[in-house]
Design a protein around this ligand. Structure first.
Ligand code: SF4
Ligand SMILES: [Zn+2]
Ligand SMILES: [Zn+2]
Length: 339
């Protein structure tokens, strides 16, 4: 740290004389708002280039899944900033409405406001549109559907994750997306990797975005340009850019398995700075190893190509998709005429 500012011991930025807003323990850097913004933008641009190559002159549609929260707001703002001027790139945003009172309605307002501010086309789809039910109703029904004869997931987020994925797929299809951008930050990614590892779930690790080298058949590949930017830095950057963001947390979030992994990753990062980077790199290495084996003609790590679900037609690696399993658990019937 170079010096102090004012009465309190506030360290100075390591690149200028302004007061620092963050100490990056994982890199040893100390940054002011302006230099933090510069570093965040640089990381996002570099990842974007590495994760997805845009064919010059060929119209490319990027669908950005936004939630009204800080991460996806920073993602959309950055994509517009980096690619907005290109005539061969169309950026469209959309939100999946889970039906969560007190949480989703105000965040939808923020999402719409952000799109208006950036001049981006905005779409929404609700769980009811998808022939599911509002998440608040799923949460109420859970105690009734869990019994010893079935292995129904016990936490609302397990249902929500499956439904949301379908919502994003529908919106992406609707707008003719070539690629889907998601706002996962470094902390999210590290938590996911740890969750998959502790579950021994190699397949999910192999399917983890970005899908740069391994697009999943029939689906627009996912990119995650914020994946090296820590959550705290995204938050500071969103405030610095004055983006309209919703701060509340979903009422069903506590108690979810992710919540425990979030605490674990935060504690490990505090003890050993760089842990989050290490976890995400581990997943990259596993995927790279799979690519090498495939190049050599091996098939042990090849994922089964997805096929249409026998009930709803969504692509799935099984016979019936997870969403249809969950519809059945909730007593919902899928209607054929669904678009
Ligand atoms: S916390 Fe769980 S229930 Fe709430 S929006 Fe997220 S995944 Fe859905
Ligand atoms: Zn500075
Ligand atoms: Zn299905």
């Amino acid at each position: 740290m170079n010096g102090v500012n004012g009465m309190f011991d506030v360290p100075s930025c390591d690149s200028c004389e302004h007061a620092a807003v963050i100490v990056q323990n994982y890199s040893g850097r100390v940054l002011c708002n302006k230099h933090l913004a510069k570093s965040v933008r640089k990381k996002i641009s570099r990842e974007l280039r590495q994760q997805f190559e845009i064919d010059k002159g060929v119209m490319t549609t990027i669908f950005v899944a936004i939630s009204g929260g800080k991460d996806s707001a920073v993602l959309l703002d950055s994509l517009v900033d980096i690619l907005g001027q290109r005539r061969d790139v169309r950026i469209v945003a959309g939100t999946v409405d889970e039906g969560i009172e007190g949480y989703r309605p105000p965040s939808l307002v923020c999402a719409e406001e952000l799109c208006k501010k950036l001049g981006v086309e905005f779409h929404t789809i609700s769980y009811r549109d998808l022939q599911f039910m509002d998440m608040d109703d799923v949460a109420k029904r859970l105690p009734m559907i869990i019994d010893k004869d079935n292995d129904a997931p016990r936490m609302p987020c397990a249902y929500c994750g499956v439904f949301r994925r379908q919502g994003i797929n529908h919106l992406a299809k609707q707008v003719g997306a070539d690629v889907v951008a998601l706002g996962h930050n470094l902390d999210d990614m590290a938590q996911t990797v740890l969750m998959n590892m502790t579950n021994g779930d190699l397949e999910r690790t192999l399917r983890l975005a970005p899908h740069t080298t391994t697009p999943l058949d029939g689906m627009a590949p996912r990119i995650v340009p914020l994946r090296w930017v820590p959550e705290q830095e995204i938050h500071l950057y969103a405030l610095h850019r004055n983006l309209p963001i919703h701060h509340e947390e979903c009422p069903h979030a506590r108690g979810a398995l992710r919540w425990r992994h979030r605490e674990m990753v935060a504690r490990m990062e505090e003890d050993v700075p760089g842990t989050r980077h290490g976890l995400v790199r581990a997943a990259d290495h596993i995927k790279a190893m799979r690519d090498q084996i495939s190049d050599l003609g091996g098939s042990a790590t090849q994922l089964a190509p997805p096929a249409p679900c026998v009930i709803c037609g969504e692509l799935t690696s099984g016979n019936q998709c997870k969403a249809c399993d969950m519809r059945a658990l909730l007593g919902l019937k899928f209607k054929e005429d669904f678009q």
